[in-house]
Design a protein around this ligand. Structure first.
Ligand code: SF4
Length: 323
């Protein structure tokens, strides 16, 4: 039986105004997210990859309404999130959590670990004051923290342990959906796999869904069920992970994957080197936004936006080459 959809994102746009002059007149917009659509099922992990500045993180934050949208619709369990009033969205917060890239800057240095993890439980009245400590200790144990850590402060921990605190803070609320925004990028490689395993085990135990944002295609492949590739604010390809990694169709996805090292030294991959800089999202190229860097650019690519279409096996792609 097909799983239920927990999150539906439809034509989401987030533009930031560019202001200039004495009166700070709006002279243009940075189109950070420019018409993104996808769904996430219950218990599923959708990976979102792309170069830095492609709009991945802004997509995650706009979905959670940490940023207000410019256009489009975000449905969480059928509820239009951007139509909710401030108090209504506050009540929904425990169900939708975020894990940040830099756990240190997201943890209040003046609060103990116990206070950091327990704060939202009290704010949302999800535990009585008597129950909070036990709930915090339980989730700390699940996240690999020792009980004596409860009275310590964030600066007393390593990067990996701080990320465990950030994960415990999200999980203690029993969320249904988590945006994991580059959660292992700031960590040593040796610690990354421990945190990834914790994220995967937690999902197995609690059944929530992830939007997993990363620029690292190997990490995304490991954790995701499906993977979407973003370029200049748009989704240009999305497919089940094996389908995407075995049969990439978009020239940009092919170039990204050609740079991923293969663990077998006897195998070699032909690296596709992209020329040119990423264009500014304030002035994206006409037609296919990738045409200024694509090795296969045709005349039509410069004038017509390629349709983002399902080409079978739930494989979506936007490229004039793919019929
Ligand atoms: Fe390249 Fe044209 Fe396809 Fe864009 S639409 S990726 S420019 S071939």
């Amino acid at each position: 039986m097909a799983k239920e959809t927990i999150l539906k994102v439809d034509n989401l746009k987030k533009y930031f105004p560019i202001r200039a002059g004495v009166i700070q007149k709006t002279v243009g917009h940075v189109k950070a997210v420019d018409g993104v659509s996808f769904e996430i099922k219950k218990g599923e992990t959708l990976g979102l990859v792309g170069e830095s500045g492609c709009g991945k993180s802004t997509t995650g934050r706009t979905i959670l309404r940490l940023l207000e949208k410019t256009e489009g619709r975000v449905e969480f369990n059928g509820v239009d999130l951007h139509s909710l009033k401030r108090e209504e969205i506050r009540k929904m917060r425990p169900k939708m959590q975020i894990i940040f890239q830099d756990p240190y800057s997201s943890l209040n240095p003046r609060m103990t670990v116990g206070e950091i993890i327990g704060e939202s439980l009290i704010e949302h009245k999800l535990a009585t004051r008597n129950d909070v400590t036990q709930k915090v200790l339980d989730i700390m144990g699940i996240c690999g923290l020792a009980s004596y850590h409860i009275r310590r402060y964030p600066h007393e921990f390593s990067g990996g342990q701080r990320q465990r605190i950030g994960i415990a803070r999200a999980l203690v609320l029993n969320p249904e959906f988590i945006v994991a925004d580059e959660p292992v990028s700031a960590l040593d490689v040796s610690i990354q796999s421990q945190i990834i395993n914790l994220l995967m085990e937690s999902q197995e135990n609690y059944g929530f869904s992830y939007l997993f944002i990363s620029h690292d295609l190997s990490v995304v492949k490991h954790i995701s069920h499906r993977v979407g590739v973003m370029y200049l604010g748009s989704l240009i390809e999305l497919a089940p992970k094996n389908e995407l990694y075995d049969n990439p169709l978009h020239p940009y996805t092919k170039a990204l994957l050609s740079a991923v090292p293969i663990p077998d030294p006897t195998l070699k991959r032909d690296r596709i080197i992209l020329t040119g800089d990423i264009p500014s999202p304030a002035k994206p190229p006409s037609g296919c936004k990738f045409h200024t860097r694509c090795p296969y650019t045709m005349d039509i690519c410069k004038s017509e936006i390629p349709e983002y279409k399902n080409v079978g096996k739930e494989h979506f792609v936007a490229c004039h080459l793919v019929k």
